[in-house]
Each structure stands twice: as C-alpha cells, then as structure tokens.
Design a protein around this ligand. Structure first.
Ligand code: KG4
Ligand code: ZN
Length: 370
C-alpha cells in the first residue's frame, strides 16, 4: 500500500507466511478463500447467485452487484472463522480479482479487499480472473494428499462463460497466447443453446445432463475449425443449433417470440444437446491436444466453468494420455468461479512483487495477454 494513515507502520518486513486471503466478485459468485503457499485451501466459501439469476435467464449486472454487497461480509466471516484467522500478522497478502468482469460486481470485492488490506496493514495484490482459472490447477483441498504441481512448459485451455482461449506457459505468470475465440465464449454458447432448448440457466450443466440421456447419437452439428489456427468460433454453431431445434420442433421457420424448442419432447432435446456438446468438445479437445503436441508441453491444464463438463474432461484426458503427459483439471467446484483460485494466483503474484494501492480500480475488459 502506498497510501497509509499518518503514523501507521508499513507491513511487517519479511511477512512471508504464504497465507493469502482472497476475494472474488467478478461475476455472479461472491467468494472468499484462505490459501496457503498457493496450493493448500484452508477455507473456501462461495455464495452463488445462480438461483437468483435463473429467474431472469441470465445475469442482470445491477442485481449481481447488490447481491455481492449483501453477501461479501458474511462470506468473508465464514471463511475467516473456518481457517481460524484471528491474528492478521500471519497473513502475507490480500488478493483480489480486479478484472475482467462486471464493473459493479468487481468494485464490491475490490473495495472490500482494500479495506481488509488497509485496516490490517497487509499488502494488496491484484489478480486477473483468467489467471485465477489457470492457477486453480495448483490447488489441493485441505484433506488431499500432496501431488506434484503442474510442470512447465504447459498448455492451458481456459473455457468460461466469458472467455475461451489457449495459452502456453513457459514459467509462472508467463503467457503466450496461442488462440482465442473470435466471437462467443464456449460457456456462452452452452448458455444460449440451453435457452433455445428450453433448459434451465445456466445452460452448461443442463446440456451436459440432458446429453447424457440421449438414445440416438447421430445428430451432427458443424465444427468451426478456423483453419490450422488455435482460434475458436462458436457463433455459427449457435445459429446451426437454432435451425436444428426449429426444424426438429416442426416449425422450419425462424423462432417466434416463444422458445424455439416448443414442441420438442425430452428425447429430442437430449439428442440435440448431445450433438451440440460433441461439436464444442471435439473442437476444444482437438486444438488443445494439437497445441500440447506441437509445443512439447509437459502437461495440459484445463480451467474455467466449462471445464466442469465431464465429457470435455474425459476427451482432453484421452488426448493427454496419448501424448504421455498428465491432464491437470481441478474438481468441478474449483473450475467454476471461486476465490481459492484467486488465492493461488495471488500467492505467486505476491512472491513476484505485484502490489496495488488504494487507487486500484475495476478493469472490466482486462486481458491475460495484453
Ligand atoms: O468460469 P465460470 O464459472 O464463470 C465465468 O468466469 O464466466 O463459467 C461459467 C460458465 C457458464 O457459461 C456455464 O454454463 C458453464 O461455465 N458451465 C458448464 C458446465 N458447468 C458450468 N458448461 C458445460 N458443462 C458444464 N458441466
Ligand atoms: Zn470465471
């Protein structure tokens, strides 16, 4: 912190306990965690707004920001108590997501983290949400046995509701962008097609569940290969899905105001969900495997909400096995938004000397690789 009250001492020199308190409010989860050495989760609390946003079929930014304001203190208090943090002299840093995300939502977490850092005289470390999704691969649950950290060089695929990209990491905090979506994110495609199919929000888990029940598995959706590049495109797939859904519903016309899926029985919804999911998974797994092979990666890391998809996890695990390298993918609860991942990335950022002062602001369009 550069700005401090007159007479207030600086942070304890050499406070390198490895304990990071982390805060995440970029989208629709209010989350606080306590992580040790960037790996061990001492506490992780997530208050999800999913049920609230399901009523509107998506996130209303102002509603999300107000919910963060309501929940941030109780969520923090639960995490603090669970980790038994009474003495702040053992805290190395407060890490907080400063972007990308919804401005109003980010500001709630940023202001809360600033307050903690200021009151307890602990360094404030800004963390890119997308870096957090990658560093979730370093996390160990409290009871989990030690396992080796991901080794470099590695290839990481991040697939969330707002982002889809492939990066190569030669070392900690060092990224080379291999490719990214030119339009929709993979999770966004899941959510939009879920809505077209008349499935509940968010579409990702609902499509996965519906697809698992598909009897016939011969519905083929197009794949946007984007040449030999590592870029992705999912907007054409969404249009193709809409057309197939309308055709299947017997209308054969553009969707009227009502859901395109009107007239579809559950079996047909399952088959369409299966075909759509296959198309997304095929492209993601193929490009990730190819990137790992060509770059000589020593492991593949997968992160972001869509990484909770078991079909995607299995398919990429197969690619990794064929290359003789491990796939490291967090358990589903650490793929979707949480603060433990911000604590993992925040630890490595803290050790690299990243610091913010009280001027820290929300950066809604922050990129991982400028
Ligand atoms: O990372 P995340 O929690 O939030 C963002 O940073 O965007 O990702 C949310 C996205 C949503 O689009 C949701 O539909 C998708 O992750 N998702 C899934 C699954 N679980 C969540 N997509 C496919 N299969 C899943 N099982
Ligand atoms: Zn996310």
């Amino acid at each position: 912190m550069n700005e401090r009250a007159p007479g207030k001492p600086g942070p304890a020199e050499g406070a390198r306990s490895g304990i990071v308190v982390s805060v995440e409010t970029s989208c629709d989860e209010t989350a606080v965690a306590i992580v040790e050495d960037g790996r061990r989760i001492r506490a992780s609390v997530v208050a999800s707004q999913v049920a609230m946003h399901a009523a509107t079929g998506g996130i209303v930014p102002e509603v999300a920001a107000r919910a963060h304001l309501r929940w941030i203190v109780p969520v923090f208090e639960e995490a603090r108590a669970a980790a038994g943090i009474d003495d702040w002299s053992i805290v190395e840093a407060v890490a907080v997501t400063n972007g990308p995300g919804l401005a109003g939502s980010l500001l709630v977490g940023i202001n809360f983290a600033k307050t903690l850092a200021y009151v307890h005289d602990v360094p404030l470390v800004p963390v890119n949400h997308l870096e957090g999704h990658i560093y979730a691969a370093w996390l160990l649950d409290s009871g989990e046995a030690d396992r080796p950290a991901p080794s470099f060089p590695l290839v990481a695929l991040v697939v969330s509701g707002g982002h889809t990209f492939l990066v190569q990491m030669s070392d900690h905090l060092s990224y080379r962008l291999l490719g990214e979506t030119v339009d929709d994110a993979a999770g966004e495609a899941f959510d939009k097609v879920g809505r077209l199919l008349g499935l509940p929000y968010p579409g990702g888990p609902a499509i996965m569940e519906a697809a698992a029940g598909a009897e016939r598995r011969d519905v083929i959706f197009p794949r946007a290969w984007m040449g030999d590049s590592y870029d992705f495109s999912f907007s054409g797939l969404k249009t193709a899905a809409r057309r197939s859904i309308e055709l299947a519903a017997g209308s054969g016309r553009r969707a009227p105001a009502g859901p395109a899926s009107e007239g579809l029985d559950a079996g047909m919804v399952a088959e369409l969900a299966y075909g759509f999911q296959e198309s997304v998974v095929d492209v993601l797994a193929t490009k990730t495997g190819r990137a790992a092979e060509r770059s000589g990666a020593r492991c593949i890391v997968l992160g972001g909400g869509v990484a909770a998809n078991s079909v995607l996890r299995d398919r990429i695990a197969g690619r990794a096995a064929a290359l003789g390298i491990p796939l490291i993918v967090p358990r589903p609860g650490l793929c979707t938004d949480n603060a433990a991942m911000i604590g993992a990335a925040g630890y490595f950022r803290s050790r690299a000397g990243s610091r913010a002062d009280l001027a820290l602001d929300a950066r809604p369009s922050l990129r991982l690789v400028p």
